[in-house]
Design a protein around this ligand. Sequence first.
Ligand SMILES: [Fe+2]
Length: 195
Amino acid sequence: MATTTKPSYLGLLNAISLAESGAGVSLQAWANATPNDELADALRFVAARETSHGDVFCRRIKELGFDLLQKPDPGAAERLAKVANPKVSDLEKIGPDRDEGQDFFGGIEKQLDEGIFDPLTAKLMVWYIGEERDSGKVLNEAYDCVRSMSNGKSPSAAKAMAPTTPSADADAMMACMTAGFTRLEKALEKLAKAK
Ligand SMILES: [Fe+2]
């Protein structure tokens, strides 16, 4: 079952697993801290996916004959403490509106087109990217509600005002904007430079 040679994309699988597991913990902690039930639902919905992604990518690394490599993340405790703190507002946790951005999953899709992944990992990547973008939409909508409520609008008005077609890039960023995002971004940049 295990391959004898180390796949070029092993580092990417490792980075995704660590980032997703971290994001799952952060989003769950935030859900437990917020007084906003709708936001909590969205956060739990995405947290379950993130945790699952962390597990599945860890399993895929094992299936390929390797082990997940844990890496120190000095800022993790501070970020987690912030999202878990009910005294910090949801608005502050959401941070600034991030409309523009790079397509962080576009690079992986390019690699899919180039056929660099083994067949099962390729299918896993397609599923993962699909869920990440959908999660981005779920979070975007919940975040827009929080922003609009803070501007004095009702949640229903806020929902009606939520953009219906946010860009795929923004989706991807929103999906990973909590704890795991920075690590994933750095790992992808490093991989891009190494190529
Ligand atoms: Fe994610």
